[in-house]
Ligand binder design. Structure first.
Ligand code: SAH
Ligand code: SF4
Length: 327
């Protein structure tokens, strides 16, 4: 674009630097000649996100943002502080069409995909708002990243680029509900990101009830794609398992899960299911969750119970957008 205007290459770097620092508009790019700023204003627009609401956890400082997009749609992001630095959880779509029964993001289907810049802007805006450097990114907010593959791929290029945010691929996790076609495409890119697979059930019988995608690609097909992904990337896979009382939290479920994951170098993240008003799912009590983790460990499966951050601000994605009536 910059070369189209007959401008030297270093101007592009200057513009990117402004964008990286979360500039509001081209007029604020002070080291860019006025005429070029005007041309940019006429031909381009900055896909910024605007903070519509911000909730800060009194327990652990986790910040949850409701962002407004240029077309009046709303998405959510979460900023979390860990010992090793700041992590932002980004959304990749407005809504989601996967329809998982336990999830607030998928309740009303997909409105639209986010562009790569809109995914990036969630990070730059949170960084600017808190005057911090973000070191890790998890693509675990609203939406299914592999259902927005092109923009996800472009985002990964921007966020890792030295002129972009310079965040290493090893510091990025991508969570998917199990779009096998997308996992295959991702394998071909052979990136050292962490693939996080939302499994949530050890059998097709249970998974069919909670995750409609399982009817298209069942657990066997999904785990085959994971094995293939691992063969190519040699990366350990992370499996997400949200425990729902009376549905997937029995010892039989743990035993079957361990059996199915045999031969895959992986880690299981146990998450107490977050209740959503529209469904009757409940999370098991903490003892039942600890027991489930023990059953898995006894079978040699590496499992941890995910620490809940921002419990007082409802940090799970999809819930704030709904509560504020922005659907
Ligand atoms: N669409 C992707 C990424 C976004 S969802 C995916 O499904 O993986 C991020 C994670 O939150 C997923 O593991 C998802 O299954 C989980 N999740 C959604 N609703 C939840 C709830 N009510 N309780 C616990 N985890 C939930
Ligand atoms: Fe979409 Fe993920 Fe929610 Fe399922 S869990 S509806 S894939 S955002």
């Amino acid at each position: 674009m910059i070369s189209k205007f007959g401008e030297p290459k270093y101007r592009a770097k200057q513009v990117i630097k402004w964008l990286r620092n979360g500039v509001d508009g081209f007029e604020d790019m002070k080291n860019i000649p006025i005429l070029l700023r005007q041309k940019l204003e006429e031909e381009c627009f900055i896909a910024n996100v605007k903070i519509a609401k911000k909730l800060v956890s009194k327990i652990d400082g986790t910040v949850k943002y409701l962002y407004e997009l240029y077309d009046g749609e709303y998405i959510e992001s979460v900023l979390m502080k860990y010992e090793h630095g700041y992590t932002v959880c980004v959304s990749t779509q407005v809504g989601c069409r996967m329809g998982c029964k336990f999830c607030a993001s998928g309740l009303f289907g997909l409105t639209r995909n986010l562009s790569a810049s809109e995914i990036l802007a969630q990070i730059t805006t949170a960084a600017k708002d808190n005057n911090i450097r973000v070191s890790n990114v998890v693509m675990m907010g609203m939406g299914e990243p592999l259902d927005n593959f092109e923009n996800t791929e472009r985002f990964l290029k921007l966020v890792t680029h030295e002129d972009g945010l310079g965040i290493g691929l090893r510091h990025i996790s991508l969570s998917t509900s199990g779009l096998v076609s997308g996992i295959k495409k991702l394998s071909e890119l052979n990136l050292p990101i962490t693939l996080s697979v939302s499994l949530h059930a050890p059998s097709d019988e249970i998974r069919n009830k909670t995750m409609p995608i399982n009817k298209k690609w069942n657990i066997e097909k999904l785990l085959d794609a994971c094995r293939e992904y691992q063969k190519i990337t040699t990366r350990r896979i992370s499996f997400e398992y949200a425990l729902i009382e009376g549905i997937n939290d029995s010892k039989e479920c743990a035993d079957l899960l361990a059996k199915r994951l045999e031969g895959i170098m992986c880690h299981v993240n146990l998450i107490p299911a977050n209740p959503v008003k529209e469904n009757t799912f409940k999370k098991p009590n903490i003892d039942a969750i600890r027991k489930f983790a023990k059953y898995l460990e006894a079978k040699g499966v590496n499992a941890t119970i995910r620490r809940t951050l921002g419990a007082d601000i409802n940090a799970s994605c999809g819930q704030l957008r709904k509560k504020e009536g922005h659907l």
